[in-house]
Structures are given as structure tokens and as C-alpha cells.
Ligand binder design. Sequence first.
Ligand code: RIB
Ligand code: CA
Length: 301
Amino acid sequence: MKPVPILIDTDPGVDDFFCIAIGCAFRELFDLKAITTIGGNNTTEVTTKNALNILKLLHRDDVPVAKGTDSFLTRPFGRPVSKFHGANGLGNVELEKSDNDPAPLSACDMIYKTATECNGNLVVVTVGPETNLALALNKYPDLKTLIKKIVVMGGTTTTGNISPYAEANIYNDAEAARIVFASGIPIDMVGLNVTRLAPLRKSVFNTVSPDVRPEVRNVMEKLIEFRNEEAMHDAIAISSLVCDDVITWKNSYTYVIDGDSEKRGVTVTDFDAVTCNSRIAVAIDTSAYYKVITDMINNYC
Ligand code: RIB
Ligand code: CA
């Protein structure tokens, strides 16, 4: 089987690091075409530098990084989320600086260019606010016919993490998420209701030889420590593409509530709908997910 062409839209981000690492590691499964960045966990300036530095660490400087916008569709960014991502967006872990510059086109244009070049086979993994995708869908009406699937880390079927009802990626740019969910592109939504069930502990590396790329493993262990061994949400979203056993899905018609009400950012799931636009993650097999993590690090041999 040919590797699936993927594009990761991200705001790195401690858990975004693990998502990118998985996207880079499984070369027989993924053809990582590009990374597009957005603010959220930090400014777009910082998340873009982080993406470039992560790729350098992973020896994947060949992957282009396109910088996203400097605000959400209708709102300015909030302050950096230092509590969960450190002052530098990467748990205060300093990576060696990349010599690469961002690509000379915007994230929105990179999404369209990549989708066009992939002839309808591109899978987009979005693990930050969905501003870039919404801008691209608005600017290029045929884009919805060019993307095969969008895997979303975002939303929840239970409780939120930024409001009682909403998850942060969706809440931060609910207007964008509403556009993406209404686009008609098939969506796999991996929300907090499952990601919270799979904390990532340092012991996951116990079975991995200490000789395997210690500089990568060392950074991962520091990031896990910084997060007190909590869940790495974004890693779980992309793991669903590595192994079918990781997530159990349920079909749904799903839409996003935007605007200023207390329900802002809620992902409304109708599991009885006749026409569905999405699959919602309803259960996680943690052993299968942890195996993805150990296979990922072993692939860096
Ligand atoms: O709610 C979790 C999400 O918000 C993750 O994508 C994390 O990186 C932050 O962006
Ligand atoms: Ca993220």
C-alpha cells in the first residue's frame, strides 16, 4: 500500500509535538506533505518556530512549514497557555534551532496547494484551532472536493476543558470549526471524552531500548514530565490513522455552536441522524495507543 498523504495543521504545543513525531515516524504509512501552523497554545510566530525546530530534531527538515494567520476568524488570540505548554509552547524544553524558514506561502494556500497536488487523497490532521482550514474553505470553494478526510483533535461528548461544555481547539475558533464541520468533508472527531482516558506515562518507554534515538526520547520524557503524565490529546488523534484498534467510532451528524453564548464551542452530536457528516470517537483501546507510541520511537532507529 502506498503511504497516505497527510498534512498536519497544528499549534505546537506539548501534545502537538507527539502528533508531529507520529506523523514523521511511520514513513510506510504516512507521506507527510506539509505542516501548517496556527496560534492557540502560543502565538503563530512561536508555534511556527516550534514546528520547524521539532522537524529538525526528528531529521525531517524536508517537510515544509507554512505559517497561519495571527488571529482567529472573528477574535484575537488569547494569551499563551503557559500552564499546559510552558512559556515557549514546548514545556520550556529548548530545542536546537532550525535553519529553515517557513514556506513562502500562507497556511491557507498551502492547504489548497497540497490538496490539489494530492488529487483528492489528502488527509488533514487538525490538532489546533481550525482557522486555517476555514479560511481555505472560504477562499477555495472546490477544496471540499479535494480533501479525503479531516481528523480533528477537538470537541467532546461529555465535559469540556475551557468551559464546562467545550474543548479548547473548538471553542477558540468556534466560527472556524462550524465552517469545517459543515463543509461536507468526512470528519473523524477525536475529543476529550476519549483522550482524557489515556494518560501518557514515562513508563510507556520501559520496553524501548535506551539506544533508540536518546535525544528524541529525552525530549519526549521531559514533555511527559512537564504535563505530569497527563493525556497527550493530539497524539491520540493521529494514532487513529496508524492502527484501527485505537478508536471505536459512532456515526453522527455533528455541528458546532459558535457566537457568544455559554454554549460556545459545543460539538452537538446527533447519533440518530439519517445523514451523517462525521465519526465520533466513543471509546479508546489504550494498549493499542501505547503500542503506537512505542512503535513510533522504535521507528526512529
Ligand atoms: O484541548 C486540547 C487541545 O488544545 C490540544 O490540541 C492542545 O494542544 C490544545 O491546543
Ligand atoms: Ca494542539
